[in-house]
Write a protein that binds this ligand. Structure first.
Ligand code: AOF
Ligand code: ZN
Length: 371
């Protein structure tokens, strides 16, 4: 097996933590000596041991003289757990292959330096693209203080999301809906607007039974953007496990004490966001607030107006578009409101990363094209 093969195995292990490591990154580690895998590990949950620790435990004394393959630079700091670079040094590994540097300013190269100073050969950047793809959210939060933003919409072949009456339930089939459950489960927070909440009785929680508290899973934070503080205290969203944050503007927060108290009585947190120039809540401020709360990935599950605002402001990093083989006609509602867009040259453009069939539907995975 080649170095790349072992790193590919470490990347596969890291995926075990896909739904559970947040706010920590997903990390995998493999220890190899004389062509034999002696230890494997994955980071599964913040506060629990890092990937290297599990792999070292499994290898025991045989780690002496081994090669370590780690998807992320071993940490050098005392966080919730002691530094992995020191553990690797103590175990006597000979070489360390690293997928990518840790963007966490507490580490940022110091892990690699520690290893090198101990006389360990370090090779960094092995399968770097794949290693980075494990943690777009963690990387963006560490570099920019904001979460990775994923938007999701379901539409007909003619780009419509609901009938003119608003009737929209189940445009797509069961497979596409199960896929959305996975998207939610991989997110730290899910945001919607109060109008979608009222129209769809959204619950925004993860109901797929594969994600149980027993498997280390916790529900993403539900966020409702609600300038007028109109969210009904009886809304279905409050009946689900997990927390809800209702964000309004400063004026509503001060003036609508009764509405605020009723929402707080339902267990919601109510807070204010500044207003943007377009009169809506400031979405940049929302991302900064969520970044401060250690949110790696935000899922936007909203209607044409709010999702359109995210897209128009260039805030959507990745878009999952589910397409059902139906025509809803031009009376039906469109996918995105992009007010003021008149010139084709100004149209937000995406790059297609993947297209696949999900049951009777299709899924486009799109990435923002830097313009
Ligand atoms: C590693 N291996 O498996 C992970 C690392 O609070 P702690 O102690 O869990 O530290 C979290 C930080 O450690 C996290 O922000 C990131 O910089 C690094 N994660 N490092 O060597 C791992 N999960
Ligand atoms: Zn560590």
């Amino acid at each position: 097996m080649s170095h790349a093969n072992y790193m590919a195995q470490a990347i596969k292990l890291a995926r075990k933590g896909w739904y559970t490591t947040r706010p920590n990154p997903r990390v995998g580690c493999v220890l190899v000596r004389e062509g034999q895998i002696l230890g494997e590990g994955a980071h599964l949950k913040a506060g629990e041991p890092h990937a290297e620790v599990y792999a070292l435990r499994q290898a025991g004394e045989r780690a002496q003289g081994a090669d370590a393959y780690v998807t992320l630079e071993p940490c050098s700091h005392h966080g919730r757990t002691p530094p992995c670079a020191e553990a690797l040094i103590k175990a006597g590994v000979k070489r360390v292959f690293v997928g990518m540097k840790d963007p966490n300013p507490l580490v940022a190269g110091r892990g690699l330096t520690l290893l090198q100073e101990a006389g360990i050969e370090v090779v960094s950047g092995l399968l770097q693209d794949q290693a980075e793809a494990l943690n777009p959210g963690f990387i963006k939060r560490m570099q920019r203080g904001q979460p990775w933003v994923v938007a999701k919409q379901a539409m007909s072949l003619d780009g419509r999301t609901a009938m003119a009456s608003g009737e929209s339930q189940w445009i797509t089939g069961a497979e596409a809906r199960a896929d959305v459950q996975r998207l939610r489960a991989a997110s730290c927070a899910v945001v919607t607007g109060v109008n979608s909440l009222l129209a769809d009785s959204s619950r925004l929680n993860v109901r797929d039974e594969r994600f149980t508290p027993l498997s280390g899973f916790t529900q993403p934070l539900r966020v409702v953007l609600d300038s007028g503080l109109q969210t009904p205290p009886g809304a279905a969203i409050f009946q689900q496990p997990g927390s809800t944050l209702v964000l309004t503007n400063e004026e509503s927060l001060q003036k609508q004490q009764t509405a605020r108290k009723q929402l707080e009585d339902q267990g919601a947190e109510v807070a204010a966001l500044p207003l943007a120039a377009n009169g809506g809540l400031d979405l940049q401020a929302l991302l900064t607030l969520l970044g401060e709360r250690q949110c790696n990935q935000l899922l936007v599950e909203a209607g044409a107006k709010l999702t359109g605002a995210f897209v128009q402001q260039g805030l959507v990093d990745e878009f999952y578009l589910y397409i059902a083989a139906k025509f809803l006609g031009s009376q039906a509602r469109g996918l995105l409101d992009l007010p003021g867009l008149e010139k084709l040259a100004a149209a937000p453009q995406m790059q297609i990363l993947d297209v696949r069939a999900l049951g009777q539907d299709w899924r486009f995975q799109l990435k923002r094209l830097e313009q």
